[in-house]
Structure formats: structure tokens, C-alpha cells
Write a protein that binds this ligand. Structure first.
Ligand SMILES: Nc1ncnc2c1ncn2[C@@H]1O[C@H](COP(=O)(O)OP(=O)(O)O)[C@@H](O)[C@H]1O
Ligand SMILES: [Mg+2]
Length: 254
């Protein structure tokens, strides 16, 4: 484990389980997230990564287990409350509104009910958030796109906007679900650079990612899931050469 020293975890996940009928999607998962780190989460399709994030982030109620944020039990707390407690997220599927401009997308994301599509439909006027929008636009180098409707952006630019929207609530920890998914190589460089910049400013990340090269380059530690469980947590190097990880991915087509 690199760079954690004696730091106390900012997020403690303990023994989370979640079933859908007979499918045990997540089975007794425990891990910590340390302040300032980028934790990568990988694992074959269907191994429970998104379900795990949903249980942590209030989208799903876990059958079992606890989540502690900055020492406080926040298990089952709503996404809105968690966002107010400094926990932000983006989803595996894009949450941007095609017919809204880039700044309007950012604005809606920052208004009270962050993170749900419905709430973003009920956009309210700028509540003095213009400055914040400008900051995020600048931070994400989206200045040349401020007049564009999100639907006119490339997929990679939309992914970047989606991440920027996740940052509007001023979170300390951000959970991302496949930020590199479907993004072309040149935009990937941008996504990577923005994430590293934000991390350099002290924002902690937990990132599910299918693109191994991408996540191995930016993550301090990697959590590998297989069949709903934690297979291992280690450095990119440890993970790369672990036979259990290679075995878990055998038979995966993509
Ligand atoms: N809402 C749901 N209802 C029923 N089964 C689900 C639901 N969400 C996920 N699953 C199942 O749970 C398992 C884990 O899915 P998921 O968490 O999406 O995996 P991953 O994100 O690692 O690809 C899969 O077998 C999936 O089909
Ligand atoms: Mg998923």
C-alpha cells in the first residue's frame, strides 16, 4: 500500500452484501479509502462493481454491512445527503442533458438534488452559482464549448462534462463508474490529466474502470473484485502479476 502511511481512512466499507433474488451480486466486501488516494476497482463484467458502488452511495440498500464516512456511520443514507457530506459520484451511463448547454448542465448538477436525472429536469435559475460553474469550466478546459449544447459534444467531451458535473457539489471523495468507457485515445489523455490534477488538489477518488492501462497508470491501489467478492487489493504491479487475477479474467471476451 503506497502513500497511506498512518493516515486514517476517510471511508470504511465493511462486509457489504447485496442480492437480487437468487443472484448474490456483492458478497461481504470490505475495504478502506484513504484521504488523497486514487483507488481503482476492477473485475470481470457482472462481478458486482456497480452494485457495490450503489450500495455505498445510497442508490441501493445493502442487505448487510456498514459504510463509515469520516468516522460516521452513513449506511443507507440518501445520495443527496451523502453529497452534502462530501461524497460525489458519476454513473456508468452518461447523465448529461443533450439539449442543455455545457454551463446549464453544470448548473443543474450543482442544485440541491445532485445525481438524479429527475432533479436535473427541474432546473432552477442560477442561484449565485455562476462563479462555481466558471471555475469548473476552467478546471476541465471546457471554455471553448460553453455555447454548445451537450448533445453536440463528442462522446469523450460528454464524459468529461459528466465528471465535471460530479465535481460541482465540491466533494472530497468522488466515485466514478467507468470514466474511460468508450472514450477515444486522445480524449483519454484529457480525462486522465483532469483526474490527476483534481487528485493533486486533494480530491480522493474511487474509480471503477474496465480499461486496465488507464487505471493502472493513475491508481495508487487497485481493488480486484471477482464473483461479488474482493479478490485482492494491491499495487498495479502486484495485481498485474497475480495468477488469481489472470484467472478471474479468463473467458472474458472484451
Ligand atoms: N437491478 C438489478 N436487478 C437484478 N440483477 C442485477 C441488478 N443489478 C445488477 N444485477 C446483477 O448483479 C450482478 C452484478 O452486476 P453489476 O454490479 O452491474 O456488475 P459490474 O458493474 O461489475 O459489471 C450481475 O449478475 C447483474 O446481472
Ligand atoms: Mg458496472
Amino acid at each position: 500500500m503506497s502513500g497511506n502511511g498512518q493516515k486514517k481512512p476517510v471511508l470504511e466499507v465493511r462486509d457489504i452484501s447485496k442480492s437480487f433474488g437468487a443472484i448474490e451480486a456483492v458478497r461481504g466486501v470490505s475495504f478502506d479509502v484513504y484521504p488523497g488516494e486514487i483507488l481503482g476497482v476492477i473485475g470481470p463484467n457482472g462481478c458486482g462493481k456497480t452494485t457495490l458502488f450503489n450500495c455505498i452511495l445510497g442508490q441501493l440498500k445493502p442487505d448487510k454491512g456498514t459504510v463509515r464516512l469520516k468516522g460516521q456511520d452513513v449506511t443507507g443514507r440518501s445520495p443527496v445527503k451523502l453529497s452534502k457530506n462530501g461524497l460525489g459520484r458519476t454513473f456508468q451511463l452518461l447523465q448529461v442533458f443533450d439539449s442543455m448547454t455545457v454551463p446549464d448542465n453544470l448548473l443543474t448538477a450543482s442544485q440541491a438534488h445532485i445525481g438524479t436525472v429527475f432533479s436535473r429536469l427541474f432546473k432552477r435559475p442560477d442561484l449565485g452559482l455562476g462563479g462555481k460553474v466558471n471555475n469548473v469550466v476552467e478546471q476541465f478546459r471546457l471554455g471553448h464549448l460553453v455555447r454548445e449544447e451537450a448533445g453536440n459534444l463528442s462522446f469523450g467531451q460528454q464524459k468529461l462534462l459528466d465528471i465535471a458535473m460530479g465535481l460541482m457539489s465540491g466533494p472530497q471523495i468522488v466515485f466514478l463508474d467507468e470514466p474511460a468507457g468508450g472514450v477515444n485515445l486522445s480524449m483519454l489523455v484529457d480525462v486522465k490529466a483532469r483526474l490527476l490534477e483534481l487528485n493533486g488538489k486533494g480530491i480522493t477518488f474511487a474509480i471503477i474502470e474496465h480499461n486496465m492501462e488507464f487505471i493502472f497508470e493513475i491508481a495508487h491501489r487497485i481493488l480486484v473484485m471477482a464473483e461479488g467478492q474482493v479478490l485482492m487489493i494491491g499495487s498495479a504491479n502486484d495485481v498485474r502479476k497475480d495468477p488469481r487475477v489472470i484467472e478471474a479474467y479468463l473467458g472474458q471476451q472484451d
